[in-house]
Design a protein around this ligand. Structure first.
Ligand SMILES: Nc1ncnc2c1ncn2[C@@H]1O[C@H](COP(=O)(O)OP(=O)(O)OP(=O)(O)O)[C@@H](O)[C@H]1O
Length: 588
């Protein structure tokens, strides 16, 4: 695995379908380029000398008919898997109000197939964790909303009962290493997909929404859903900690266009201001890459750029989805979004594996080692032998320790008890009692005399290796199967033979001979004998050995029957019916 690499921010374009008033545009799939046609007369009442064609390149383009699963697989999957490997990841949607940011990041509410990147990411994370058994993963989630430059915890349980102003504000703190910490933003452990989805739904319910003239269900806040991944390999002191930010930014359109005032105008100003600061950060990073002397990147100007500091020019694999409308009257905003994306694409990040030695694990391990060594020393000095038997309290503690040990399925499970001979003996006794209680009695020989050494008792009392015994049982099973087949088909055939016998009795003996004879040949046992009907020969039936050529034939012309001399008595009886029935002149 590459531990560190440079990566520009990938930019994807997603177009929201419109039923009418669609702008003229062309997508060049090979060059991954879009061309927008802006007719000159589009700028109302003004003579203009604007260009008519606007071309923009992207990492990938999703035209109006692109489905959610395609967007997820192409844009999000690699970032999410990277986060599980220990690399930070950010996916953010940027675009004007109503262009499909929330649809892309969270998804549509009506159909399951419409679910967006966050619920799909949760599914992928937990299904992937099931396949990564060498690591122990711990997943926490948080959901931050930035509204009017103030942060709110969307997973705060007081959201339902309190006004927004009364909720604790999320506060930014910066440490000496310029790392950002968020006070009052809760993180929640989720051990499975359902728990994580419940957190998402809770956050979405709490999300601040307010209607604007432009979009009745518009959200004018930035929302950041974050997954905190912690991965630890059994027996190692290192830990990988990475973050995955899934970001739904507020609408990027200019306030003047939306025709809003009052509170909503205030919101729009804040939104525009924070998106303006986002642009400033991008421009500063761009200039830095071009070698222009610029020491300061203005992250601190807004809460959103502070929180996403690592995602923009830092240690993170970042992907931007520029969402645009294809409506003719939105073309200006669409082109503005595409322009912004081009600048973002120039930003280069330094992606690193976030692995570090965890001092807590080292301390824990060293403490345990000291404890074990002390116990060993005690045992070697013989200090253990002259002590009193374990008290009932000690036994209870030990029982709890053994139970905890049994229930801990992690590869690090450790029986944390005192290492004395008395404790070890008592621990084994407790283990035995627990097994007996649960009905898994070790001392009983299970079916087929299976012993813990992988040997199976044969009927004669001697033991066979497991493989041989399985082979032998399999062979026996096959033999029984064959015998059953023979018997079933014999029963069927008997009915058929009766019919044939009946036909035979209808044929007059020729040259004064008696009825048909039974001719014997070959030697086979019942179990080897199989019966089959000869296709397409209505008047004949053949009973033959699996390996031999014994046959019995009844036909109108020859009217003879053949069977082996040792043909088992019950089968032979069927053929013996023949003279008797003939004599009697009737068939049963
Ligand atoms: N690709 C798409 N396919 C089908 N419907 C879409 C698509 N994109 C968006 N929509 C629909 O368009 C409407 C607006 O989308 P959405 O709410 O995601 O916009 P937005 O950019 O998040 O807006 P805001 O900035 O107000 O949050 C929704 O009804 C959504 O279902």
């Amino acid at each position: 695995m590459v531990l560190e690499y440079e990566s520009n921010i990938d930019i994807y374009l997603r177009m929201r379908p419109m039923s009418s008033n669609v702008a003229a545009y062309e997508v060049d799939e090979e060059a991954v380029r879009v061309q927008w046609l802006m007719p000159r007369q589009a700028v109302l009442g003004m003579a203009n000398h604007q260009r008519e064609h606007y071309n923009f390149s992207f990492t990938g383009i999703f035209d109006v008919d692109a489905k959610q699963d395609a967007v997820f697989e192409n844009v999000a999957q690699k970032v999410i898997l990277g986060a599980l490997d220990g690399f930070n990841g950010t996916i953010f949607a940027y675009g004007q109000t109503g262009s499909g940011k929330t649809y892309t990041i969270t998804g549509g509410a009506e159909h399951y197939v419409d679910r967006g990147i966050i619920p799909r990411a949760i599914s992928l994370i937990f299904s992937e964790l099931g396949t990564r058994s060498e690591y122990t993963y711990t997943m926490h989630f948080s959901y931050l909303e930035i509204y009017n430059e103030t942060g709110y915890d969307l997973l705060n349980p007081d959201h339902e009962t309190k006004e927004l102003e009364d909720l604790p504000k999320v506060i930014l703190l910066e440490d000496d290493d310029s790392k950002i910490h968020l006070r009052n933003l809760s993180t929640h452990l989720a051990t499975n997909e359902e728990e994580a989805l419940n957190l998402l739904f809770l956050g979405d319910t709490n999300r601040m929404i307010s209607a604007t003239p432009m979009n009745m269900a518009s959200s004018r806040s930035h929302c950041i859903f974050t997954a905190y991944v912690e991965a630890r390999k059994a027996g190692e002191d290192t830990v990988r900690r990475s973050k995955l930010h899934l970001v739904d930014l507020a609408g990027s359109e200019r306030a003047s266009k939306t025709g809003i005032d009052g509170q909503i105008l205030k919101e729009a100003k804040y939104i525009n201001l924070s998106l303006h600061f986002l642009e400033q950060v991008i421009i500063a990073l761009h200039e830095k890459i071009q070698g222009k002397p610029r020491s300061h990147i203005p992250y601190r100007n807004s809460m959103m750029t502070s929180v996403l500091r690592d995602s923009l020019g830092g240690n993170c694999r970042t992907v931007m989805i520029a969402t645009v409308s294809v409506a003719q009257d939105q073309l200006e905003e669409t082109i503005s979004t595409c322009r912004f994306a081009q600048r973002v694409a120039m930003v280069s990040n330094q992606v690193m594996l976030n692995e570090e030695v965890d001092p807590n694990f080292v301390i824990k391990r060293l403490k345990q080692e000291i404890k074990d060594l002390k116990m060993e020393l005690k045992l070697l000095r013989g200090e253990d032998f002259d002590r009193e038997p374990l008290t009932s309290t000690e036994l209870n503690i030990l029982k709890n320790q053994v139970t905890t040990y049994i229930q801990d399925t992690s590869p690090d499970a450790y029986l944390n008890c005192e290492a004395s001979v008395l404790h070890v003996r008592a621990a084994f006794q407790i283990l035995k009692d627990l097994l007996n209680e649960s009905g898994a009695a070790l001392h009983q020989k299970p079916a087929y005399g299976c012993s813990p050494t992988n040997e199976i008792s044969s009927g004669s009392g001697s033991t066979l290796p497991l493989n041989e015994t399985i082979q032998s049982l399999y062979h026996q099973l096959q033999q029984r199967d064959n015998e059953i087949n023979i018997l079933v088909s014999f029963i069927r055939k008997r009915e058929s033979v009766k019919a044939k016998v009946h036909a035979f009795t209808q044929v007059q003996p020729q040259n004064g001979e008696g009825p048909g004879q039974i001719i014997s040949e070959g030697k086979r046992s019942t179990s080897e004998c199989a019966t089959e009907r000869t296709e397409g020969d209505e008047d004949s039936c053949t009973s033959r050995h699996l390996n031999g050529n014994m046959s019995m034939k009844v036909n109108k012309s020859g009217s003879d029957l053949k069977c082996p001399s040792n043909f088992p008595s019950d089968q032979k009886q069927a053929f013996e019916l023949l003279p008797r029935e003939r004599t009697a002149g009737s068939l049963a």
